[in-house]
Design a protein around this ligand. Sequence first.
Ligand code: BMA
Length: 301
Amino acid sequence: MIERFSGNPIIRKEHIPVPCNVVFNPAATLYKGEYILLLRVEGVEGKSMLWLARSKDGTKFEIDKKPALFPSDQEPFKTYEKRGLEDPRITKMDDTYYIVYTAYSHYSPRLALAKTKDFEKFERIGLISEPVNKNAVIFPKKFNEKFVRFDRPMARGIATWISYSYDLIHWGDSKVVFETRPGYWDADRICPGAPPIRTEKGWLLIYHGVKKTSAGPIYRLGVALLDIENPAKLIGRSEEPILSPTEYYERVGEVPNVVFTCGAVLEKEGEIKIYYGAADTCICLVTAHVDDLLSVVKMTK
Ligand code: BMA
């Protein structure tokens, strides 16, 4: 159902124009007919910044000469981005691209939001959660005039939550949408991966599931389906993962046995390109047809 790109990994640290430790967990979108990735690049000192990469075909990327987003010297961001910016997700609404990312400091990770219209100028909107919270995705559509997001507060990391906002800064009405499943590949931790994709059957969410083992956690990808009118309502989930770390580059690296997505692009013909970090070390690509991903969703009883 899922096909790994034969040229994986598509981006490695050697492609970044400065020395760095690793490059992983990119956001993905389309802009003016090009594929855009916003890469998480961890510098040799250990802090992450976000770099832009562009491609005509979605497989061969050109990387900018310098980072697009790096720790701010302006308050209130300065205090909370001291240890870097991580794991971005991009959502397009009208002509604006919203970038939700993890602002990291000694206070622990919290969510921050920036925006751009052209991938040249970036403007920070706000810090949009307290710590410990990471892995948020914003829906590409408002519901009853409100922006909607999924995130994963570190309340044991066992649930994906929904929250609503009129201004993208103040969020509330939070509640749990779905959670870990004992005995499954997503038994121990769960969090949203790529921003939700609109399909005929509902909102398709590619998410991470973690199972702890005696040799450490294993990060896999699965899918969940949410009601098209009410994204707080779970329709169903895949019983099995859609992607597991089985290749050498997914099993061996900075953090072994990790496939972690922050971005997927839906093409006209229904093919989805899923970009992901492999073993927290490099960036890879798999493709899947949206109908195949929908076909593995089992309805929630
Ligand atoms: C998560 C995040 C990701 C990372 C993953 C696997 O908690 O920190 O950035 O890819 O763990 O190590």
